[in-house]
Structure formats: structure tokens, C-alpha cells
Design a protein around this ligand. Structure first.
Ligand code: FAD
Length: 423
């Protein structure tokens, strides 16, 4: 029997994790990535229990633990010193935790595992795909490699090329627009001024937000790291630490609100005082009516980019990969893949959970990033009330854990971590 051949476009979190999960089912995978070398830059991110369940399923959790910092919760302080957000993973389940990870380490962990499947996975680095043509019995990709045009055909193509994808079918896209707010990010030696196992956030109304996130280490280094992020309207990102908003002004603003943060920032001044030391992050809001049909599927940020307020993007990408692996298995009988069964099963796994997180993210983000005068006070009041009820504290912790599958339903860590493939 001819072996099934699936193309994945994009070797980010979603693409590499999917490649591993398909290879584990002995499916032939071609992974196309436009950059010639995977050298992810940028900030750290937070792997939630949902993402860790997929890591356990992939068999990479132990490797990840050696490079990351365990995070027990999220604490958000107001300018008057009051603790507004006080969510801990244990409130969701006793043994839950998150992992602060550097983007390079996340890629390294996934890439190392993928290389163990060298017979099944072929890497095409430097190959940019610009067109997909779907036919009744195959799908064709067109692209370029070193300025040479190429085309190749496959049984199925998975689009995993990130938030700015031009490849996702236009007719499936309901919303695709940039967020008006972005953030400046930088990675520095670990901040020991605050508890090192907590993601610390600082808010003043909804115009000012800063975070200090445990970030673990990069491969082959012993230096523990933290990421700092500073939220800014997108059109002002280039002004940060320039004449328009100098380092001294920033320090003054911090000192007015959180003197301990200002003291730490001042102590690391040489590493962070120049604008070119920081990265600018722009975010998009992408909502689709469906994630797959026929011979085309869309996963990760390409399918559901959102603001990082809830810290779910990479975790949702991992859940997509896991669900796709499960659905391909469920839709395969006697070696034949039933495509309508595949997408029906996949949507059952992912649609309602994704809708929940996208809705919640769109609801919450303006409470943290907006010029409106009422959004900050509304957040401060409603959060203070909410945290008084154990039910809401638990629901908030489950939401942050990434395991909500709807307003009143949750996924179970063990169901994801211990799901297996038929041999
Ligand atoms: C500043 C910031 C902080 C974040 N913090 C968190 C957090 O704490 N927790 C969390 O879970 N998530 C976080 N996220 C979100 C998370 O990073 C993304 O959701 C996740 O990386 C999405 O993975 P992906 O594989 O879908 O896309 P990407 O990681 O964007 O990968 C897409 C890949 O496709 C490649 N590509 C693009 N076009 C083509 C093409 N035409 N042909 C071939 N290859 C192509 C790209 O080069 C890239 O390698 C954050 C995001 C940002 C920007």
C-alpha cells in the first residue's frame, strides 16, 4: 500500500509538534519552513498544564523540565500595591504547574524529538510556500527555494505558518486584523527581586501593564533568565526608550507606581537601556469558521491568533497538534483516511475550546490594554469581587491552565497526556 504523505507548512510550535505526532503513526511528513535555519528569537513564553499534557504525550516533558523554570502561578499587582490577580495552578488541580520557557528551548526540545523520526520526517528549510491547489485526489504546493520555483503534491496539507498566514482559505476567515496594542520584550538574567516561580504582572488602569516572567535557560547554558514585557499601543512601539519616552521617564513612571520594580530595572540598566535591545511584538486577532475541510487543515496561530493576554497561543498550537494526531488516527480505517470523518472529529476536539479562549481573550484584553477610562476600574472591581468566591478562583485557574473546552466543560490533563496511538 502507498504510504500517506502529508505536508506541513511552517516549523513553529504547531508544525513541529504535528510532524512528530504524525511520524509516530508512521505517516510520511514533509515539513516546509521558509527560514533556512530555525533560530527563534524573542521572549519567553509560558507553557500551561494543557501544553504540558501534550509535552507528556509527545515524550518531551523531561527534556523540557531540564531547560525551564517551574511557574506556580500568576500574581498581578496594582499601582497602590494591592494584589488584583492571585491565580495559582494548584487552585485548578493539586499537581498542576506551568513552565516558563525560552522560545529557543521550546524549539530545541521539539526539534530534538522530531530528529528521532528521520525516516518519516523530511525537513525542507528555506522553502517558502506561496500557493496551495486542491484537487479531488491530491493537493499541490507551490513555492520557492533559493529563488527557484518548485511544486510538489501530497495527500493532505496542514497550514501552520503563523498569524500572518496568506495561505489559509480566505472563505474560512471571519476576522483577521491587527490588535491596536503591542508590547516591548526583552530577556535578562533572572530577576531575584521577586519570587522566581511566579509570573509577576503590574497594572495601572488599563493603560499601563508590565510583566516579569520566569524564562528558564537556553540550551547549553546555566544562566537562568527572565523576560520583561511592557505593553504599548502599536503605533508607539518605536518611541519606547527614545526621546519621546526616555529610559529616565520610564524609570520615573515605574518608581511612582512600583518602587521595587524601578530599583531592579535601574540595577540592570546597561542591559536594557537602548531601544535596539528590545523586541517589538505585534498581535493579530484571527477567527475562522472552520479549521479543516477536504485536503486542507489550518492549525496554530494561522487558525486562531489572539492577544497573548491569557498566555495560551503556544499551548493551543500544541493542543491542535495533539487533536490532529488523534483525529487522523480515528479517521483511518484499513489504511484509508476518511477526510470528512477527520475534520468532524478534529472540530469536535478543538472548535468549542478555541471559541472559548478567543471569546475570553477578546473580553479581557481591553481591560488591560485600552485608552478608555472605565475599563481599568471595571477590571479592578470585578476581579476583586470574583476572587472572593472559591468557584471563580478555581475556574480562573482552570482557564489559565488552558484546559477549558467551553464555559462549563473542561479537558482532562490525563486524557491528553496518556492518549495513545494504535500500533
Ligand atoms: C510576545 C509574545 C508573547 C507570547 N507569550 C505566550 C505565552 O506566554 N504562552 C503562550 O502559549 N503563547 C504565547 N505567545 C503566542 C505563541 O508564541 C504563538 O501562539 C505560537 O508560537 C504559535 O505557534 P505557530 O506554530 O502556530 O506559529 P509560529 O510560531 O509563528 O510558526 C510559524 C512558522 O511558519 C513559518 N512560515 C511562515 N510563512 C511560511 C511560508 N509561506 N512557507 C513556509 N514557512 C512559513 C515561519 O517562519 C514560522 O517558523 C506569545 C506570542 C508573542 C508574540
Amino acid at each position: 500500500m502507498k504510504k500517506r504523505h502529508i505536508a506541513i507548512i511552517g516549523a513553529g510550535t504547531a508544525g513541529i509538534a504535528t510532524a512528530i505526532l504524525l511520524a509516530q503513526q508512521n505517516i510520511k511528513v514533509s515539513l516546509f519552513e521558509k527560514v533556512e535555519q530555525l533560530s527563534p528569537v524573542g521572549a519567553g513564553l509560558l507553557l500551561q498544564p494543557s501544553g504540558l499534557a501534550v509535552f507528556e504525550h509527545l515524550g518531551v516533558l523531561e527534556h523540557a523540565l531540564s531547560l525551564t523554570r517551574i511557574v506556580t502561578g500568576l500574581e498581578g499587582q496594582l499601582a497602590n500595591g494591592k494584589l488584583l490577580v492571585n491565580s495559582h495552578y494548584q487552585q485548578a488541580q493539586d499537581d498542576f504547574y506551568g513552565l516558563g520557557i525560552h522560545r529557543a528551548s521550546l524549539t530545541h526540545v521539539l526539534e530534538s524529538k522530531a530528529h528521532a523520526f528521520s525516516e518519516q520526517i523530511s525537513w525542507y528549510l528555506g522553502y517558502e510556500i506561496f500557493k496551495i491547489n486542491e484537487y479531488s485526489n491530491h493537493v499541490t504546493l507551490e513555492g520557492q527555494f533559493k529563488q527557484q520555483h518548485f511544486s510538489a503534491h501530497f495527500d493532505l496539507v496542514i497550514i501552520a505558518n503563523g498569524a500572518r498566514s496568506h495561505l489559509r482559505p480566505e472563505s474560512w476567515v471571519k476576522i483577521n486584523k491587527p490588535y491596536p496594542w503591542g508590547a516591548k520584550w526583552i530577556i535578562v538574567p533572572e530577576c531575584e527581586k521577586f519570587e522566581t516561580h511566579i509570573l509577576h504582572q503590574f497594572y495601572d488602569r488599563s493603560q499601563t501593564m508590565m510583566g516579569i516572567m520566569p524564562t528558564g535557560k537556553v540550551p547549553h547554558s546555566d544562566q537562568a533568565l527572565s523576560s520583561i514585557f511592557w505593553s504599548i499601543p502599536s503605533h508607539q512601539l518605536d518611541q519606547f526608550l527614545t526621546k519621546q519616552y526616555s529610559f529616565e521617564t520610564w524609570l520615573f513612571d515605574l518608581n511612582q507606581r512600583w518602587p521595587k520594580v524601578a530599583e531592579w530595572i535601574e540595577s540592570i540598566k546597561p542591559q536594557i537601556e537602548h531601544p535596539e535591545q528590545w523586541l517589538s511584538a505585534h498581535y493579530r486577532d484571527v477567527v475562522m469558521s472552520k479549521f479543516g475541510s477536504g485536503r486542507i487543515g489550518v492549525i496554530g496561530d494561522a487558525a486562531h491568533a489572539m492577544s497573548p493576554q491569557l498566555g495560551q497561543g503556544a499551548n493551543m498550537a500544541l493542543l491542535d497538534a495533539w487533536a490532529l494526531g488523534q483525529s487522523i488516527q480515528a479517521a483511518t480505517q484499513h489504511g484509508a483516511l476518511n477526510l470528512s470523518h477527520l475534520w468532524q472529529d478534529y472540530h469536535q476536539h478543538r472548535l468549542s475550546s478555541t471559541n472559548f479562549y478567543q471569546f475570553f481573550s477578546r473580553l479581557l484584553t481591553p481591560l488591560y490594554q485600552s485608552h478608555a477610562s472605565w475599563t481599568g476600574p471595571l477590571r479592578d472591581l470585578s476581579f476583586s469581587m470574583m476572587y472572593q468566591f472559591p468557584y471563580f478562583r478555581k475556574e480562573m485557574a482552570i482557564t489559565i491552565s488552558g484546559l477549558k473546552s467551553g464555559l462549563f466543560s473542561n479537558m482532562k490533563y490525563q486524557d491528553i497526556a496518556q492518549s495513545s496511538f494504535k500500533k
